[in-house]
Design a protein. Structure first.
Length: 76
């Protein structure tokens, strides 16, 4: 079962409250997304650590309910 955009945003916001999140459904199938996430939590973190923070916020749904998510992260 695909994960809706609003659920993805909620999961990220729960872990990264100051996040500004833009998500695009790349294929129109509710299964392949591109996300741009901006947060002060990303300041002074490597891109890898920023992405790990986002993946952790998804609570194991990446690769299961959430098939594909391309992530771009930015500090504030």
């Amino acid at each position: 079962m695909p994960l809706p955009i609003e659920e993805i945003k909620k999961l990220i916001k729960d872990s990264i409250p100051d996040a500004s999140i833009e998500i695009e459904d790349l294929m129109g199938d509710n299964n392949h997304y591109s996300a741009t996430i901006t947060s002060s939590k990303f300041n002074n973190l490597s891109k890898i650590d920023q992405h790990k923070l986002v993946y952790k916020s998804l609570k194991g749904k990446m690769g299961n309910e959430l098939h594909a998510l391309s992530i771009t992260t930015k500090g504030k």
